[in-house]
Design a protein around this ligand. Structure first.
Ligand SMILES: Cc1ncc(COP(=O)(O)O)c(C=O)c1O
Length: 405
């Protein structure tokens, strides 16, 4: 029976079709060939910095574009001071850490960053991961045990879900941001240790986690809450301490998790908390113990990015002004951005073919927008397909994003 390739998605190719586990399923390869037009939009080559205006390769040619995809929210990835700090560390510490932090990869720069992150967030200690993904996965799997229950918002990032899978604990989902649904999930597992897992800003929808209400519900059941602040750290709150600061709930969150790959403009993840828990995690978070530490050159750059991000409060202000402005313009154009209230705005297209055609058309016209397809985003009626835009601020420059529209 011939299946229309347009009706298929990545969720269709998870069964082994041949005797060879190292070969791709032929139906997947055929599907990719049939959909080459769509696939061309993925893995684009960036030929310059992840700034608001940059250059990518498109159709084999250099193309100047307005960048609506990068997470460089505060424009720190290419700040001269950040680059200079990296240069300096390259001279003093070389390129790689060349070892797990536990054995040989820890440097004085790593320790300094641990101290600075802990101080910034008002915690006793912090530890660093070489990726945000590893940080979330390692923290969840390092803390939860088989008899525990992880209760995740159904829009949670895969790193969180995979962390729970690796912990082999019971996993439950609740409706996105829905306190009643969380309440029901907690009720179902009374008597067990429960961890509620949410995000500060949801990376695909661009809305805030409903922190206050959800924490209230969790606390009424004696459950703890873990907040993934990947997209909110340094970009939200008066001091940049994320959504927890913005909603005044920092004290009710024992562990703070964030990444250096978004507003910090670098790479890596961290978790901060009391010294006993961090010490425990250092031994039980596998991506920490069994993986090479962040390159010192990156750590030095993050140290500078943290300094700038915490002292130049105008960067955050400008980011939010830009986001408000952009929202307003999109609204006036009648463009559906789902439930976004932040600098992450999904442009909801609702039709797969159209989304990919639009993705190409925008790229041709100099707007770099990334498509996000099912199953990375839900297939539900209202948000069937998203062409996701992340809106970035370039150190106080007005958003140039609208010029290309
Ligand atoms: C919510 C969330 N958590 C964790 C991560 C993983 O972070 P990283 O890209 O730094 O590995 C991401 C990445 O986009 C994310 O969106």
């Amino acid at each position: 029976m011939k299946v229309d390739p347009a009706k298929l998605s990545l969720s269709n190719f998870i069964a082994g079709e041949t005797n060879d586990p190292l070969s791709a399923p032929p139906s997947f390869t055929n599907w990719m060939r049939a959909g080459a037009f769509a696939a061309e939009l993925y893995e684009p080559e960036l030929l310059a910095t992840a700034d608001a205006r940059t250059t990518i390769s498109y159709n084999g040619k250099r193309r100047s574009v307005i960048n609506l995809c990068s997470y460089n929210y505060l424009g720190l990835a290419n700040r001269p001071e950040v680059i200079a700090a990296a240069h300096e560390a390259l001279k003093t510490h070389g390129l790689g850490a060349c070892g797990s932090p536990m054995l040989s990869g820890m440097t004085d720069l790593h320790r300094e960053l641990e101290r600075r992150v802990a101080k910034f967030l008002g915690r006793e200690d912090a530890m660093l991961f070489n990726s945000g993904f590893g940080g979330a996965l390692g923290t969840i799997s390092g803390l939860l045990r088989k008899t525990d229950v992880a209760i995740l918002d159904n829009r949670s990032h895969l790193s969180l879900r995979d962390g729970a899978l690796l912990a082999r604990c019971r996993t439950e989902k609740f409706e996105h941001n829905d306190a009643a649904s969380l309440e029901a999930a907690l009720q179902r597992h009374r008597g067990r240790r429960q961890l509620v897992i949410v995000e500060g800003i949801y990376s695909m929808d661009g809305d805030f986690g409903n922190l206050k209400e959800l924490i209230e519900v969790a606390e009424s059941h004696g459950a703890r809450v873990f907040v993934d602040e990947a997209h909110s750290m340094l970009a939200c709150g008066d001091h940049g301490r994320g959504a927890a600061e913005m909603f005044g709930v920092e004290e009710r969150i024992p562990l703070i998790y964030g990444t250096f790959s978004k507003a910090f403009g670098a790479l890596g993840g961290f978790v901060a908390g009391c010294k006993e828990t961090i010490q425990y995690l250092r031994f039980y978070a596998h991506p920490y113990v069994y993986s090479c530490a962040l390159p010192p050159v990156v750590v030095a750059a993050i140290l500078k990015a943290l300094e700038i991000g915490t002292s130049e409060t105008d960067l955050r202000k400008q980011l939010w002004e830009n986001a408000d402005y952009f929202h307003k313009q999109l609204r006036e154009l009648g463009i559906d951005t789902g439930r976004s209230t932040t600098y992450i705005m999904p442009i909801v297209i609702g039709d797969r073919e159209r989304m990919y055609r639009l993705g190409h058309e925008l790229r041709r016209r100099g707007l770099w927008v990334a498509p996000v397809d099912y199953p990375a985003v839900p297939q539900s009626k209202n948000s069937r397909r998203h062409a996701e835009r992340r809106f970035e601020n370039q150190g106080g420059r007005l958003p140039v994003t609208l010029q290309g529209i």
